[in-house]
Write a protein that binds this ligand. Structure first.
Ligand code: NAI
Ligand code: MG
Length: 398
């Protein structure tokens, strides 16, 4: 079989360090691929005025699968100031390249698994009824709609007349907002479409079916946000009834879910939500299994087969220039395992996950976050593993 080509998108800050270590792990696990690097991130914003150049989009179009490190985003004004002087007159506006990739390729399914590794000192613990300490085993997969909702970007401050007039046709707007001057009104919309809602629900149910999860929980707020959350829940009910009668459908409100996730996280299986609530609830669960050093994700379009696999952490700029990289590569390694599953290299993925589990269970090699140290350049001298030492430990188990 022809060797597969994977696009690597290291991006900014610690992105390159975690990605490079992950490539070593993939190789050691026997995964054979060619890699081509794509340009993305702050550097290309500064020098070309575009953090996501067309050539990078073309690469992904061609090869379909990308491993992505992290990017740096900065507020509008800071972004403008760092732009090369000759580009400053062009009226360019910075927008996140990862959001750009999502939108361009309609990567509308975002999947974020959170599972407990035995022996991880960062695991969530709680007190049981008998007063003893319990360490619940979390095994949750969050399906987050990735392109619509509150992050869809349809928003205005001092909205144009037409928009304002449209809002004024809604009795609640008239009642609650019309006494504020138009110039002082900001609006961010939350738009859900049936098609995208159906796709994310289907993704969630299919995953539950394939991997044997007993429940799918819609985590929204249908009692208050009646139109969008309400539509998602109603569609989930219909889908469950028609196609997935063996899977239980649960319904939680996002606020209550954030409370329950520390009470009974082991009860949940697959969770599905819109864009922002999915973002929130996945960060909540990630906190129970070790936080940013462990939180992995996939974003994909099931029709085109295009997928981008990335840790959920950012570029952590303050650690980027340390002489020895100290950040935890496990989130990136786990993201690569999700990629392997996506391209049906499940055995290699399982092998790597087993090696990671062994390293964590053994507890001899731990990055600074796992040792509850503050991230400083001297953590390695003080016994923490560096990024590459953690990768070495995983490779040794392989
Ligand atoms: P961040 O995730 O980069 O870092 C926050 C903190 O989490 C770090 O200071 C560090 O203490 C810890 N951390 C992150 N990754 C870790 C790892 N692998 N191992 C151990 N500890 C780790 O978030 P922050 O500082 O809010 O944002 C920094 C930049 O990253 C910003 O420009 C932001 O816009 C961007 N960002 C990019 C994302 C992406 O590429 N998908 C996601 C989130 C933020
Ligand atoms: Mg987030």
């Amino acid at each position: 079989m022809a060797k597969r080509t994977i696009v690597t998108l290291p991006g900014d800050g610690i992105g390159r360090a975690v990605l490079n270590e992950t490539l070593r792990v993939l190789e050691a696990a026997g995964f054979e691929a060619d890699y081509v690097e794509g340009d993305i991130g702050w550097e290309f914003w500064k020098t070309e005025g575009d953090p996501l150049p067309q050539r990078t989009i073309d690469l992904l179009e061609k090869h379909k699968i990308a491993l992505f490190g992290a990017i740096t985003s900065k507020p509008k004004d800071a972004a403008f100031e760092e732009l090369a002087p000759e580009l400053q007159k062009k009226g360019l506006v910075y927008s996140s390249p990862i959001v750009g990739l999502r939108q361009h390729f309609n990567l509308d399914i975002c999947m974020r698994p959170c599972h407990t590794y035995k022996g991880n000192p960062l695991n969530f613990i709680r007190r049981g009824a008998d007063g003893g300490i319990e360490e619940p085993e979390v095994d949750v997969v969050i399906f987050r709609q990735n392109t619509e909702g509150l992050y869809g970007g349809v928003e205005w401050s001092n909205p144009p007349e037409k928009v304002y007039d449209a809002l004024m046709t809604h009795p609640k707007f008239v009642k609650n907002f019309s006494n504020a001057p138009k110039e002082e009104v900001s609006v961010s919309t939350r738009i859900f479409t049936k098609k995208a809602t159906e796709r994310i629900l289907k993704g969630a149910f299919e995953h539950a079916k394939k991997y044997g999860y007993k429940s799918v929980t819609v985590c929204e707020k249908p009692n208050v946000i009646r139109e969008t959350s309400g539509m998602m829940y109603k569609m989930a009910q219909q889908m469950q009834k028609a196609d997935y009668p063996d899977i239980e459908l649960w319904n939680t409100n996002i606020d209550a879910q954030m409370m329950w996730l520390t009470k009974n996280p082991e009860d949940y299986g697959v969770i599905v939500a819109g864009n922002m609530f999915g973002d929130i609830v996945s960060d909540g669960f990630a906190g129970l299994i070790g936080g940013l050093g462990f939180a992995c994700s996939a974003q994909f379009n099931p029709d085109s087969g295009i997928g981008v696999f990335e840790p959920t952490h950012g570029s952590a700029p303050k650690y980027a220039d340390y002489p020895v990289s100290i950040v935890n590569p496990i989130a990136m390694i786990e993201s690569a395992c999700m990629m392997l599953d996506f391209i049906n290299e499940n055995d290699v993925a399982a092998k790597i996950r087993k090696a990671v589990a062994e390293v964590i269970a053994e507890g001899k090699v731990r990055t600074y976050d796992m040792m509850k140290m503050r991230g400083k350049p001297d953590v390695v001298e003080n016994g923490a593993a560096s990024t590459s030492e953690m990768a070495d430990a995983v490779i040794a188990k392989l």
